[in-house]
Design a protein around this ligand. Sequence first.
Ligand code: 5AD
Ligand code: SF4
Length: 481
Amino acid sequence: MNTNTTDNFSQSLQAPEAEPERQYYFMDRARQLLREKIRQAGRPLTFCVVTFGCQMNARDSEKLKGILERIGYVKAQGEEADFVIYNTCTVRENANLRVYGRLGYLHSLKKKNPHMRIALCGCMMQEPQVVEKLKKSYRFVDLVFGTHNIYKLAELLVQVFEQDSMVVDIWKDTDRIVEDLPVDRKYSFKSGVNIMFGCNNFCSYCIVPYVRGRERSRRPEEILKEIGSLARDGVKEVMLLGQNVNSYGKNLPEPMSFAALLRKAAEIPGIRRIRFMTSHPKDLSEELIRAMAETPKVCPHLHLPLQSGSTRILEKMNRRYTKEQYLELVGRLRKAMPDISLTTDIIVGFPGETEEDFLETLDVVEKVRFDSAFTFLYSRRTGTPAASMEDQIPEEVMKDRFDRLLKRVQDIARECCARFQGQTKDVLVEQVNEQDPTLVTGRMDNNLLVHFPGEPSLIGRMVPVHLDSCRGFYYLGTRRD
Ligand code: 5AD
Ligand code: SF4
């Protein structure tokens, strides 16, 4: 990690052009400005980063926190802080509505605290109509930036400190990846690692390609260097992150497959488990199945979004696989890894979805028997092809299908979960149990949670645990070593 660049630049008047040096220069500037504000306030100034949405956003938030800490802000417990950032999601409409709702609350806090600054960033900010609305009706927001310039927080913050009006910096797209900025990790023993950004798939319902831009892969040397330094820091489990990890590396100057990256990552000493998210069924290669099966550190768990079980709807979704191809892929995965846990995402109520189409989805659910599934009501996203398709499904029909699907998915998940009862599994301990402090909670390689009697000192350790009894979606166990 590049930690000692700051002082080199503290004396220079001109901001360097190159990154990350430019950002270290601005972190230094921001720290000086903040020091003066802390003196005026007569107390430390605090920050709070609130994350909506997916693992990518969670990782981005760790980067934002890393920068704010370096500038001199202190972490607050809640949103009653002096600098609040909402890192937003826009994949479904209700995520946006939640942000607008909570902004009202932030405004009331700001009226009571003259030091308070409010920033919004992330996917929702990449939508032009959102930014227009903020400029018109939410003038109390101090800073608005998007998904492509997260790394610039310090530079933008200096602007906020130096000007009175709202600072807005949104880029339509970028090919830039800035490495070596500070990160404040949520967990000491596990971490997300970005391997690529953006998505080129343009599934017809999805706004992600518009707000996260085109696919760009990080260079393998940078990824492996980061994992190596995480391992030296005590991290045992990494989650490789991308919207579509199976197309990793295709556009690198020296192309490299995701399977090859997995094998390389597994060579890093200290790393015990490797996970990844998300895979697109159309790009899941035989080479990857082999790499997963042959590399013990790669967890026997795959999140493989189905979206719909109807070939007709899959085509309208632009998913580029059929029901049969999906089932065949699952067959190959299970053949190579009989115990693999499969999880998925399913959308109900896509435009034109008939009862028969829905029954096809249920049929795949019955055949695959997912270990768990995230189910979503179709949400109409402005600017996507599906938003202007005819035959949008009435809400009551969607809800009825959703309830039927959820019931089946949950019953099957409960049955799948129970299949490990009586076995002893390695568990990575994550935290003291929230309900009962005599228990700790950890995760098995297949992502299932286990609660068992243990001391807080076990957090971050991998221990064998006997799975005594399955309680629906988790286990109660006993330590065995
Ligand atoms: N409506 C409902 N669900 C959606 N997803 C993406 N776009 C939409 C939408 N417009 C779901 C998909 C995807 C997950 C991250 O969110 O299932 O896999
Ligand atoms: Fe959206 Fe499809 Fe890309 Fe996933 S693969 S982010 S669903 S466009």
